[in-house]
Design a binder for this molecule. Sequence first.
Ligand code: IMP
Length: 521
Amino acid sequence: MVRDCATALEYLKTFEEKDGLSVEQLMDSKTRGGLTYNDFLILPGKIGFPSSAVTLQTKLTKKITLNAPFVSSPMDTVTESDMAIHVALLGGIGIVHHNCSPEDQAAMVKKVKKYENGFINSPVVIPASATVGQAKAMRQKFGFAGFPVTENGQLYSKLIGIVTSRDIQFVEDDSLPISEIMTKEVVTGAQGITLAKGNDILKETKKGKLPIVDSEGNIVSMLSRSDLMKNQTFPLASKSFATKQLLCGASIGTMPSDRERLKLLVEAGLDVVVLDSSQGNSIFQLDLIKWIKQTFPDLEVIAGNVCTREQAASLIAAGADGLRIGMGTGSICITQEVMACGRPQGTAVYNVSKFANEFGVPCIADGGIQNIGHLVKALALGASTCMMGGMLAGTTESPGEYFYRDGKRLKTYRGMGSIDAMQKTGGKDNAATSRYFSEADHVLVAQGVSGAVVDKGSVKKFIPYLYNGLQHSLQDIGVQSLEEFNESVDAGNIRFEFRTASAQLEGGINNMHSYEKRLHD
Ligand code: IMP
């Protein structure tokens, strides 16, 4: 008998369960083994709204809410001020790494807190003693000219001129000092000037750059005409209610000296501290959480890393305001191979978040995020935010210079447990060794590798791509917010399916002679 098509929805109600699996059924891994993000898919729901209507507001910690679930990892090839500024502008938060002196880290935090949209806080400056040849080389390297000339070639030094493309364009003698050809009459703005006023000056004077100087004539920042043209506003920016400054996080270790480091970071305006350890369930970390809660009661503390309920319980009881989940799943990580410790990330995120969410402690899924689909799956399994290392490495805002190899433009990306990272600064203030409890080792045991990733362009484009991608995914699933997403997963209304090895192949690109994988325009 063929049923009447008009009764399809009625007939659907006669099934005991919805199609696919609930999250509990999916994750019931007692005998089957742990799952990674690639091992399952989310079944689509019903679309009744445009993707632009999807909101991605979420909790980073008990008290901090973000407009986008993106966190940049505290790694020395991922997050310094530039990354932290731009991730925060685009709705997430950056966690400044601590593989540097406490003073340097505090200066980076301060820079994020003092950032004003539109102002270039670290303009490339040049000393008056530099030659035309050097200015040309800088133009080649940075892809722009327009370098303020300062007395000692540093920022916060007296501004004595500016070298623009036009100044050096037709000068053939590369050995000439730039002081002979620079523009000496520089139009400047006074420190404290608003962005709108600065932009007005740029428009009126038709200049390309507007150096901002303090009362003694020292350059402190700069406005650029090209930025003015593309100056976006950032409606999603993560800001503190009270000060309207961008939110900034930073990591510290669990050694006694880290308490002194934290004092400097708090003075610099830190909003949230991440206790950076590959295995968070240690007496050092438990003691530190308690100390921080007593000493800086307003500072939010993210503890970790964990991958089991038991680890999480200790940290929650000690007072953690958020947890970071992941052991051995990072793209540069060899922990599982070397230590035999860790857990497949899907299973870790599900089990820890399910437990922590009962206490109102939000979780970060950290490590192994390779694409938008992984972000969605981590959030489906209960994480509130996702931390990214490799995804954000190789962007304009990540630390380090680009270099060319095999015809590709690359940047270094390395694990904090790589020998390279552990040997940085000769062991002094070395975050990497402390993250792996290796500061007293005579022979370092690597838990990560060092390598290179391809240029991804600016996060100003990449993060909006992730954001839009997430909106589209949630639209397919049929939910309009992350809150609704979590409720629907918990209620069993969002369904899942395992993905066999051949299903994974099927979901990839097939039977193409050649193709180019362009992810965004
Ligand atoms: P990714 O996003 O997959 O590249 O992973 C980044 C995460 O890997 C970081 O946030 C850390 O939790 C973790 N991680 C960083 N360095 C190392 C390492 O050397 N070994 C193991 N894990 C690491």
